[in-house]
Write a new protein. Structure first.
Length: 252
């Protein structure tokens, strides 16, 4: 049994989604599992590093290898939940949800999406600063400015590979599709983007609005291209450009 989706262009299929895909209770359960997996992974890494005297509490106050390891843990925990949990919730494989090897058709979406992210994030950041005197600078940007080469390498891998994969699976593959199952596409774009921005609140309150706008661009990329790979590449390209600009301006 299938029923017509609220969206005529759902990435789940050309025009239809399974009747039992993304039930509200299942979506809440997966969201809870992602939260728990993240906390457990972070707590486990901190516990191991401290108990083995490989790190002190001081090491977690600034950019260091313990922080890099902690960031990788924050990716690994959710990924362990998403790989089996998302297909089960969506009643579709990850491939049917749009995760596949890069294709030529993904390239325009990647560069166009990255450009769109940069434009909206810059405009929203400028308006925010002019109106409220709140800068959109992120903690990660401050880290990059004065980091050692080896730490920069770790951050680059996180920013350009790890984070785009996990965050796109989470916010586009899961959150966007779950909302899209019960609402119009514009609302799914807006809400998933807002949640994406809020999820980055720890990088600085000023980054929430610009990154929420950037998240909406990524949702549009996914919705129109029906490709998680395209949104991952757009996300990675945006992050890579940000890293290059920060290093070019502040490293010498």
């Amino acid at each position: 049994m299938v029923k017509t989706s609220t969206s005529l262009r759902s990435p789940l299929s050309p025009t239809r989604s399974p009747d039992d895909a993304f039930p509200w209770w299942g979506s809440l359960a997966l969201a809870g599992a992602l939260f728990v997996a993240t906390i457990v992974a972070l707590a486990g890494v901190v516990g191991v590093l401290v108990s083995l005297n490989l790190a002190t509490t001081k090491d977690f106050r600034g950019l260091s290898w313990p922080i890099i390891i902690l960031q990788f843990a924050s990716i690994g925990g959710p990924l362990a939940v998403l790989i089996p949990g998302l297909p089960a919730l969506a009643k579709r494989s990850l491939g049917e949800l749009g995760l596949h090897a890069p294709r030529v058709s993904d390239v325009p979406w990647a560069f166009g999406g990255a450009a769109g992210m940069f434009i909206v994030a810059t405009v929203i950041g400028a308006l925010q600063e002019a109106a409220f005197h709140v800068k959109a600078d992120q903690v990660t940007v401050h880290w990059l400015r004065d980091a050692r080469v080896d730490l920069v390498a770790g951050l680059v891998v996180l920013a350009c590979i790890g984070a785009p994969v996990v965050e796109e699976l989470t916010f586009r593959g899961f959150v966007f599709n779950a909302i899209l199952r019960y609402s119009p596409a514009w609302l799914a774009v807006a809400l998933s983007g807002l949640l994406f921005g809020l999820a980055h609140a720890q990088t600085g309150a000023g980054s929430i609005a610009p990154l929420a706008a950037a998240g909406m661009v990524l949702a549009v990329v996914y919705y129109r291209s029906r490709s998680l790979t395209a949104s991952i590449l757009a996300h990675a390209t945006f992050n890579a450009f940000t890293v290059v600009v920060v290093l070019g301006l502040h490293q010498g």
